[in-house]
Design a protein. Structure first.
Length: 192
């Protein structure tokens, strides 16, 4: 019986090694495709094209459109996007969300969204390396100009924004043609 279990375990490990690997949330992925909540994200597509396919990023996509950042995020980049889920946006008071989505508040919306973007293609391995080199934390400057602070807790990457906002990376390294997306469970707020 134990040999059967060992063989089955080895077969599963070999299967994972040859067909892809597991993301942080258990979705299968390989070099060309990752799955975010069941939706295929292709490394040959750009950040906006893939985000539009994600069933858990509809609010983010609407905000990117309202902020007129679509062309930028479809550009060559590379960009690293810490992409809040719809659930993350649902924790923002509805009145606040409605206000920042108004045309007259577009600069504020752009500020919040570009606070979730880092220049370059920064993978989870890069983040972990920066955290270790920084003695347990790393400070990274965003496109908005503010800083995000990264730490590790129980092997998971935590991001702290300004004004007390925070998020965990729930799925890392969703590769794009113009960068990388890390799915996060919180909306990060810059200094206002």
């Amino acid at each position: 019986m134990r040999n059967t279990i060992k063989i089955a375990g080895a077969a599963i490990a070999l299967s994972m090694a040859t067909t892809g690997c597991m993301s942080m949330d258990g979705d299968m992925m390989d070099d060309d495709v990752a799955y975010v909540d069941g939706a295929a994200m292709y490394a040959s597509k750009n950040i906006v094209e893939n985000a539009m396919e994600s069933p858990i990023h509809t609010t983010l996509v609407a905000a990117v459109k309202q902020a007129q950042l679509v062309d930028t995020l479809m550009g060559p980049g590379p960009f690293t996007v810490f992409a809040p889920t719809d659930e993350a946006f649902s924790r923002v008071p509805q009145a606040t969300l409605n206000a920042v989505m108004m045309d007259e508040n577009r600069p504020l919306l752009q500020k919040v969204l570009t606070y979730h973007v880092v220049p370059g293609s920064v993978t989870s391995a890069d983040l972990v390396k920066l955290i270790r080199e920084g003695g347990g934390k790393a400070m990274v400057t965003t496109v908005e100009g503010g800083q995000l602070t990264f730490t590790l807790k129980d092997g998971n990457v935590m991001i702290m924004g300004q004004n007390g906002s925070s998020a965990w990376v729930t799925q890392a390294d969703v590769m794009q043609s113009n960068g990388v997306i890390h799915v996060v469970n919180g909306v990060l707020m810059p200094a206002m």
